[in-house]
Design a protein around this ligand. Structure first.
Ligand SMILES: Nc1ncnc2c1ncn2[C@@H]1O[C@H](COP(=O)(O)OP(=O)(O)OP(=O)(O)O)[C@@H](O)[C@H]1O
Ligand SMILES: [Mg+2]
Length: 509
């Protein structure tokens, strides 16, 4: 049903150029009271640019913004917030050294009558806000200690604290797992019922079908299609996003694998800090053969990231027990450098800690990890660096020039650079933590093909993912971690998403 009356916000003819290229090109976009308006498009289509203009984060643009029918010009995010518009940005802007509560109330700290910061109140309100997002965290904990998914929930709580009439969420669920996403859907429904307008950006198209009242698809900075809930299907949206029908998605499992490459025996992790009522996974036995893609499933906080980081020598020393062997010999990776020499590569969950040097060019950032290898293989010429990097980034269809600073790429394209870098080292074992986070459907298919090709060359792949479809569709086997009880193993040739979820929830057998 078309809602009559003035939209809460209306953007008209919005254009934004970077260099010669238009990130947004004459976009019209409105948000009405009580609706969820999905904003969709491939990586680099202009989604983040548009919502950063709407929320006052980007100030130089062409076109007009109206709030309640009245033209406005925002000098910054604070102006937009005063008009009731809040943004949960794609690249979270939390301060790692500050506590959860301090981040949520940054710049708006409540004060006591005597003028001091009202900490008790801040902590109480923080707990209430976090409870709405379904997570219990100590408000005094430093944000930098939290996992990416937890940080994402803090950013959501921070935006909820603003009580916005227009809440813009740029990939709020990209680091969340099934249960947390369900919780988010509830929060969004409540906000919608209370009359807020919500702009929702996500590459998880299944979510859109359940959440959105309307959807606008951007392609190359322009509006390519608009849908109402009635005619919104994954196929149609995908077609509008990429401008052609979709191809088959996952690889055909080949089942031919080589010798055992990685073996964990009676492996146990110790908690980063004591969490009441929780036990870390212990007694894990896990193998990856050469040419095999093994999935790691489990709920948020089940220890997947810690496991991968530990294998890569990036965990805290002394925090694990058991035996790890690679190609038959026992290893104890001491540092990421050491792990790389052993033939491992890691694509971490949070690309900001992946050592992506944002001001450096795409070429330099991608080549960073291979400089050693190329140099020892002979000599490193600019030409050779160019060829190697261009090949990998071409395979991944990274949108952007090799000379662009990485920081100017869209989120999904930065993710592809991190992945390209790991592939370039030609590891024996590739460790991947949510490798397709924030990546569009088309690019996902390309990444799956690259991983399948890597496996066919004999590389072993251990992949943690929160997307059941990805685990079941791509992996030969899935190992599911859960609280203190080691791991269950599923053969994806005969188990599907339902079995996977059951195992993650800790169902026995
Ligand atoms: N500061 C900048 N300098 C130069 N180019 C930029 C800058 N910010 C964005 N761009 C370019 O503008 C285009 C649109 O980027 P944007 O971040 O809006 O894409 P997006 O739709 O949000 O993609 P994703 O799904 O990957 O997050 C991209 O080609 C990007 O490289
Ligand atoms: Mg974006």
């Amino acid at each position: 049903m078309e809602e009559p009356g003035t939209p809460l916000v209306a953007l008209t003819g919005i254009s934004k150029a970077y260099g010669g290229a238009l990130a947004c090109d004459g976009v019209d976009f409105t948000v009405r009271r009580g609706e969820v308006h999905a904003l969709l498009g491939e990586n680099g289509a202009g989604k983040s640019t548009l919502v950063r203009i709407l929320s006052g984060d980007i100030t130089g643009y062409r076109g007009t913004i109206e709030v309640d029918g009245e033209p406005v010009v925002f000098g910054g995010p604070a102006d937009a917030q005063r008009r009731g518009i809040a943004l949960i940005p794609q690249e979270l802007d939390l301060v790692p050294g500050l506590s959860v509560a301090a981040n949520i109330f940054l710049g708006r700290e409540p004060h006591t009558k005597l003028g001091a910061v009202a900490r008790q109140r801040m902590h109480r309100e923080t707990r209430e806000l976090l409870a709405r997002t379904g997570i219990a965290l100590d408000p005094k904990r430093a944000v930098g200690e939290l996992r990416t998914g937890e940080q994402q929930l803090v950013a959501i709580a921070k935006a909820l604290a603003l009580d916005a009439r227009v809440l813009v969420m740029d990939e709020p669920t990209s680091a969340l797992t099934g249960a947390e996403v369900e919780r988010m859907v509830k929060v969004i429904d409540e906000l919608r019922d209370a009359g807020a307008g919500i702009v929702y950006i996500s590459h998880r198209l299944e979510e859109i079908g359940r959440l959105a009242d309307r959807a606008t698809v951007l392609r190359n900075g322009r509006v390519a299609a608009e849908f109402t809930a009635r005619d919104l299907t994954v196929e149609r949206v995908t077609e509008a996003m990429i401008g052609r029908p979709v191809q088959a998605f996952f690889r055909v499992k080949h089942g031919e694998t080589g010798d055992e490459l990685l073996r964990l025996d009676d492996f146990a992790l110790q908690p980063r800090r004591h969490r009441p009522g929780r036990r870390e996974p212990a007694g894990i036995t896990l193998t990856v053969r050469a040419g095999e893609i093994v999935g790691l499933g489990g709920l948020l906080g089940s220890g997947r990231t810690e496991l991968l980081e530990t294998l890569f020598g990036a965990g805290t020393p002394g925090r694990w027990h058991g035996h790890v062997s690679l190609g038959g010999s026992e290893i104890r990776p001491r540092s990421p450098r050491h792990a790389v020499r052993l033939g491992l590569a890691l694509v971490p969950e949070d690309r900001r800690i992946a050592g992506l040097a944002l001001p450096h060019s795409v070429r330099a950032s991608t080549a960073l990890s291979v400089v050693d290898r190329l140099a020892t293989a002979g000599f490193l010429t600019r030409r050779r660096e160019n060829d190697t990097v261009a090949k990998v980034l071409g395979d991944l269809k990274v949108k952007g020039a090799l000379t662009d600073p990485v920081g100017t790429l869209s989120g999904g394209n930065q993710q592809k650079v991190v992945l390209g870098r790991a592939l370039l080292t030609e590891p024996r074992l590739l460790l991947l933590d949510e490798p397709t986070r924030g990546v569009d459907v088309g690019a996902k298919a390309e990444i799956y093909q690259l991983l399948a090709a890597a496996a066919a060359r004999g590389i072993g792949v251990l992949l943690a993912s929160s997307e059941p479809a990805e685990l079941v569709g791509l992996c030969d086997r899935v190992v599911v971690l859960h609280d203190g009880r080691g791991a269950a193993e599923l053969d994806t040739h005969d188990a599907g998403e339902a079995e996977l979820l059951a195992a993650a929830m800790g169902a026995t057998d």
